[in-house]
Write a protein that binds this ligand. Sequence first.
Ligand code: ADP
Ligand code: MG
Length: 628
Amino acid sequence: MKIPIDIKTGSVKKETETKDIIVGIDLGTTNSLVAIIEDGIPSVIKDESGSEVLMPSVLFFNDDGKIITGLEAKKQLIDHPARTIKSVKRLMGKSYADVKDFTTGTAYEIIDSGTDQLVKIKMDDNFYTPVELSAEILKSLKSRAEKYIGSKISRAVITVPAYFNDTQRQATRDAGKLAGLDVLRIINEPTAASLAYGIGLNMDQNEIVAVYDLGGGTFDISVLHIENGIFEVLSTQGDTDLGGDDIDNDILQHWVSKNKGLSEKIVDFSLYGKLLFMAEEAKIHLSHHDLYAATLTIDFQLTLTKAEFYIICKKWVDKTIKACESAIRDAKISVKDIHKVILVGGSTRNPYVKQRLTEFFGMTPHDEMNPDEAVALGAAIQADILAGNRKDMLLLDVAPLSLGIETVGGLMDVIIPRNSKIPHKAGRQYTTSVDGQKNLKISVFQGERDLVVNNRKLGEFILKDIPPMPAGLPKIDIHFLIDADGILTVKAKELRSDTEARIEINASFGISEEKMAEMLLDSIQHAKEDADQKALIESTVEAQNVLLATDKFLIQNQDIMTETESEKIRELKSLVENAIEQKNKNLIESGLKNLNDFAAPIAQRSMDSLISFSLKGKSLENTSDQKS
Ligand code: ADP
Ligand code: MG
């Protein structure tokens, strides 16, 4: 089979595909949307009923273990909060340490492995990663679009907040792949919103634009400079814990303080949930009316006036304006340098928000589009550009396949994602997995599969003479640079000792376009099995680290433990060992959780500061043969 590949976009052109449609997806914290270009006009795709544009980013696990997404899932928040997951985007690419502060309010269980490992969510006996959960949302959007278009969709552009780091962006790509989508590009939400307003489509434009995005649970303001169709983020500020949800909560509190006896009533979880729904309803109602009045139960008639509502909003909007001030400062401009202000996010429908922003920026912000649709529409425009449908737009050279290195367990760690514009540089830090490790082998691969065996090896080199240190302590910076001719330079440097090594590779040498296309297709077709294998390897590696740490722990804390306690730890340890042997991911995870739960209080009791119950950071494959 000969598969043509589009080198500019790095995408596969399947000959069987009748319509060459690439969708644009806004994978939001609260709501997600999918959009396409139809007859040259961007439009969002509605659900099957033909009424809803937004798909709540909510997942519900029913008793049969089936995952339900969207509006149906959102409704379950009232009666089954512990089986319903919202705002999974907050967890993308995050370790438990990162999310500690905002997980107190969630009814579902987030697993604290006590390490730098990425978070997982426990539901029944299964452990899910945020990537898997986001993939479910993407699958629903994909199928919504397929039903509408009447043919399969395989390619997408997905948006992320401007402040998303490399790991969070990669997690979003992985979610797309798992949903069966070839993610052609990840673009910033404010960039997408600007595109939706036609900004950046004209090559002669030179403008500074402020994009104010107030969603359900997050706020961000980005200042962009757009010149010759190139978007540069001058600054971005925000609060990942500020949004429409806070206003809902305050409305609820307002009612509780105004209505005697209500606070005792709402200890009932489902009544509380209902009240919260009404608070959101009141907020939305007051965008167009002056009074909200409704019945909670026969005892409680609730009202909210516009004046009361604005008082509630003030405190939150004040905060966002402070952030705007500092974004402008960071961008080293002043308010009057801004040419346009764009409103994004459902919460900017609130007239109070518009009023305050008009005052602050000294101009009327753009709100001609639905603020909750602008990002998805812009993603669709970007998709259309990539599809080559806009002949006037210039396409930049890109890296056609991802470039990365092998980490412990034979996993591919992508450093330069496919479709990155070239020249491009990127880097990440790693550490060792064995005490006293002196040499480190760095193997460089190209491809989209999760296991390096399925990718193409470009070369390897050894970082020699690292001074002996305990595992996990060395800081090894690995830096990739791909120049305009496709020449890749990989540098490795141990930062504590300044030890350094490098390699230069011609990344496009000896690979045909057909082969690249085949590799891409394979990665989509094997996405599920790859992800499962990867998850098993990651759990196994983590478990092996914990087992090693447990052995040290048992020795170091002999004196402060009773015989029963150490016996129990050994028993829990052997359960983990069995689970590893059985290659059962969920069993490993629950074994680790039990071991951790049991050992944590003992660790607290011990004065020994050496207890790091597991190794920190991603480590590279141990090259025991290289040790000297
Ligand atoms: P996200 O980007 O976080 O996924 P959205 O942009 O979809 O979120 O915004 C969702 C938020 O917008 C919710 O808090 C919702 O209550 C709020 N919202 C929607 N419509 C209105 C309205 N008319 N007035 C005020 N808030 C609104
Ligand atoms: Mg959004």
